[in-house]
Design a protein. Structure first.
Length: 160
């Protein structure tokens, strides 16, 4: 009972405290519905792990979508709404993370790995494309080593 009373007295922070006053024009009707869907596709549902808020049937996603609709109706821009949710839930809530800090590695490493793979394949193909050296030139016995000459004589049955 005490917890319920405490929860009722807590005030949910307003978007204006996070991102300032609305900078866009308030939306209504079909435009509001369309923009709510578009912005909802940019936000990740914290419950469904990978689904957009617009696509998720989870109660949390429905509530977040309602918040997006309310913010758009009040005149907040897409950037302000994404910033609001990022400040509330962390950068994880963005389906397209910003390219800064550690997340820049998520964008850069696959490209570098692909480029390295292409370079390795090119070098291997060039190496395979080169003609092998003549076999006779590789197996010519040195004539100045007396030990090898004696071994050849013994193995070859005395023939030089």
């Amino acid at each position: 009972m005490m917890v319920l009373l405490l929860l009722l007295t807590l005030r949910v922070p307003d978007a204006e405290q996070f991102v300032g006053p609305p900078k866009g024009t308030p939306l209504t009707g079909d435009a509001l519905y369309q923009r709510t869907q578009e912005v909802g596709h940019l936000l990740r549902c914290p419950v469904c792990q990978g689904m957009a808020v617009s696509d998720s049937p989870a109660e949390m996603a429905v509530n977040m979508k309602g918040q997006v609709r309310e913010l758009l109706a009040r005149g907040y821009t897409e950037e302000q709404i994404l910033r609001y949710f990022e400040l509330s839930y962390g950068q994880f809530v963005l389906l397209r993370p910003k390219m800064e800090g550690v997340t820049s590695m998520v964008w850069i490493l696959p490209v570098l790995a692909f480029a390295l793979g292409v370079v390795v394949v090119i070098f291997k193909l060039r190496k395979l494309g080169k003609a092998p050296a003549p076999a006779a030139a590789e197996h010519q016995p040195p004539t100045d080593d007396p030990y090898l000459a004696r071994v050849r004589d013994l193995v070859g049955g005395g023939k030089p």
